[in-house]
Write a protein that binds this ligand. Structure first.
Ligand SMILES: *Cc1c(COP(=O)(O)O)cnc(C)c1O
Length: 233
């Protein structure tokens, strides 16, 4: 099933790229494997997927230990301070940095591991209270500036989740907002390249709006059974 899903997904991504004159090589497909076991990850890896995303620090840590050095990990979930060490140990990118305190702790853990941690800032582009991320321009610029003072952090770009809605216009607005925000930040001296946006239901809009990283779960692995422990799947 993963093979068929992936083939379909890749075809649609390529078609969309052709349609809006983008090079598919400039878009990193991150397979979001939360709730799925290591066998599914190994299978997707065998089918050419190198990047995987997880949204819980302990789940990432445990899968990392099983699949050590086989795949590239992205941490995409809400990160508690006391779990930062797991994310820094395992993830090439942490997509969900939304506070000075978190950036500081990531830097501290990265220093301990003698690593430069690539991060993205998570921006709230919808006004649903359930979503996390930065909202105020002042806070965003402040955090960008703060990150530039940290020795072991490399700020690479921005991440967002579009609102849960069928209204394509609202989804597009959210992605356009993120792209414009990146341009605005770069005008004041930064060189942010990455836009992590687009999931199963909205990745085609995200490609049109300039996404460089897609975070896709169910279109690859199927529906998640959130009542099951990934170790038993
Ligand atoms: C689960 C998750 C995804 C993937 O969601 P799908 O709709 O299954 O593609 C992407 N980003 C984040 C932050 C997630 O938690």
């Amino acid at each position: 099933m993963i093979a068929e899903n992936l083939q379909q997904l890749r075809e649609r991504i390529t078609a969309k790229c052709i349609e809006c004159s983008r090079n598919p090589d400039n878009i990193r497909l991150i397979a979001v494997s939360k709730f799925f076991g290591t066998e599914a990850i190994i299978e997707a890896n065998r089918l050419g997927i190198r990047d995987f995303g997880e949204n819980k620090a302990q789940e990432l840590r445990d899968k990392f230990d099983v699949l050590v050095n086989k795949v590239t990990w992205h941490f995409i979930g809400t990160l508690q301070r006391n779990k930062v060490k797991y994310a820094v140990k395992s993830a090439e990118y942490i997509h969900s940095v939304d506070s000075v305190i978190l950036a500081e702790e990531i830097n501290n853990q990265a220093i301990k591991l003698d690593k430069v941690q690539k991060i993205l800032l998570e921006i709230k582009t919808s006004f649903e209270d359930t979503k996390s991320g930065l909202t105020e321009m002042f806070d965003v610029l402040n955090l960008v500036r703060y990150c530039s003072t940290l020795s072991n952090i490399e700020l690479k770009g921005l991440m967002t989740m579009a609102p849960l809605t069928d209204d394509k216009k609202i989804i597009r607005n959210s992605f356009t907002y993120l792209r414009n925000l990146k341009d605005k930040i770069n005008q004041s001296g930064s060189d942010l390249r990455e836009l992590s946006m687009g999931m199963t239901n909205d990745y085609e809009i995200a490609i049109e709006e300039g996404a460089t990283m897609l975070r896709i779960g169910s279109a690859i692995f199927g529906q998640r059974d959130t009542t099951k422990d990934w170790r038993k799947s």
